[in-house]
Design a protein around this ligand. Sequence first.
Ligand SMILES: Nc1nc2c(c(=O)[nH]1)N(C=O)[C@@H](CNc1ccc(C(=O)N[C@@H](CCC(=O)O)C(=O)O)cc1)CN2
Ligand SMILES: Nc1nc2c(ncn2[C@@H]2O[C@H](COP(=O)(O)OP(=O)(O)OP(=O)(O)O)[C@@H](O)[C@H]2O)c(=O)[nH]1
Length: 471
Amino acid sequence: MTTSDIISSDTIVALATSPGANGAIAVIRLSGADAIAIANSVFKGKDLSKQETHTLHFGTIRDGDVIIDEVVISLFIGPNSYTKEHVVEISTHNSNYIIERILSLLIRHGARAAKAGEFTLRAYLNGGLDLSQAEAVADLIASENKASHEIAMNQLRGGISSELQRMREQLINFTALLELELDFGEEDVEFADRSEFLALIGTLKEHVTQLINSFEYGNAIKNGVPVAIIGKPNAGKSTLLNTLLNEERAIVSDIAGTTRDTIEEMMTIDGVTFRFIDTAGLRETLDTIEAIGVARAKEKVAAAKVLLYLYDSLNNTAEEVIEQVKAFHREGLITILVRNKIDLEGGYFANDFDYQIKAELIGGGYADEIVALSAKDPASVARLTSSLVERIRGLVSDNQQVITNIRHVEALKLAFQSMEDVDRGFQIGLSGDLLASHLRDALRHIGTITGQIDVDRDILGTIFGKFCIGK
Ligand SMILES: Nc1nc2c(c(=O)[nH]1)N(C=O)[C@@H](CNc1ccc(C(=O)N[C@@H](CCC(=O)O)C(=O)O)cc1)CN2
Ligand SMILES: Nc1nc2c(ncn2[C@@H]2O[C@H](COP(=O)(O)OP(=O)(O)OP(=O)(O)O)[C@@H](O)[C@H]2O)c(=O)[nH]1
């Protein structure tokens, strides 16, 4: 690739820092073949065309004789830049007036206003980043906690890309062997035995499934892990939420049915963001407002990753706890039984009540554990939060790649289907060329994730259109 191949014809410009923000300095970024020439035509200082890449230069920006600002210019000579084109960054004083004047000055001198995500689009088109890395840039900017930051950073550093590359290589070897056999078709040779092929496709399918499943965790981490807090009226749901949030957000009272609607609160604990959802108490009622609340509670559990079921031994029978928790149960729902108000019993002592619940719900696989606490007491609630964090972290193993992007999941599902076709094809003795065609489909679907394979212009538009302008 020569420099002229990778440097696009038009030069784009945008504010790279946040518009309207209060900082001291703003950065205006130019990228393209004429970036240096355009900057030179408004900059009074050293001749930028004679400077080395990755150097800084002090000077003024002038519109005719008028000095608009004293600035610092950073120079990146293509392809040694983020976009792989010439990039010039102008650090100005952060004034909307100055920014507007410099932007329009640069446009008058031949630059064009960049569209959303256009710098990163160019980085992708010029081979600086692959598509999943470009998407990671958006995730990184949006990341607000340690867990989502870690996943986005891993993706930006090529974690997903290299994993997919390994998978593609295996598939390519596989296809090559199969096509070699096809060439010798008449002679009926087999270069690899069928069981080896089947084992390999089985491993690949398993791997793809693991990635698909990681999305549930990845998506929860990215958007906050939804936790539904459920229990009979007066179980202490609002009290627990208040202690968790350390503020009086939910209305607490001892009149059953105070919480008529659902309340949602975001909170980051040990780097994991949770969305706690308080819900109306569960009870048979003729009060229609509250009946709607109960229906909503069921919806919330359906959308939750974690269920905190609150009860206490004074107001609940073991039977009703068992019945309700079973009613909410579904595969993959992390269920923590929260036995509340232990201060009223003078501390927690396991008794028949617990043994029954433990045997039925923990033993039966409907719940993961029981945490006994007093919702009013922050120290005992801390035991619950550390258990919550541990369980969320436990969903993926340390070095497993996590998918956070729905586009990637869709592509992986299609790849899985093609692998299924290969698998089934083998079993029913499908001809080699048809098998190879299914294999190529699988390769193509995986390739769309990193963008190695023809990605539709519309899809690129959707991906980069979500970025902010200047990114
Ligand atoms: N001022 C500034 N800060 C920024 C960016 C930027 O564009 N400008 N970035 C963008 O959003 C991110 C950093 N990304 C960057 C990626 C590559 C290069 C770069 O100059 N690459 C060269 C040189 C590499 C080297 O010296 O090792 C290259 O790839 O050849 C710069 C920034 C975050 N901070
Ligand atoms: N002693 C004691 N009282 C508690 C504890 N947790 C909650 N309570 C009390 O129990 C009553 C009901 O608590 P809430 O938090 O309003 O219960 P809720 O589950 O939100 O009730 P609804 O809004 O009716 O669904 C209040 O008087 C709380 O102060 C606890 O750990 N110990």
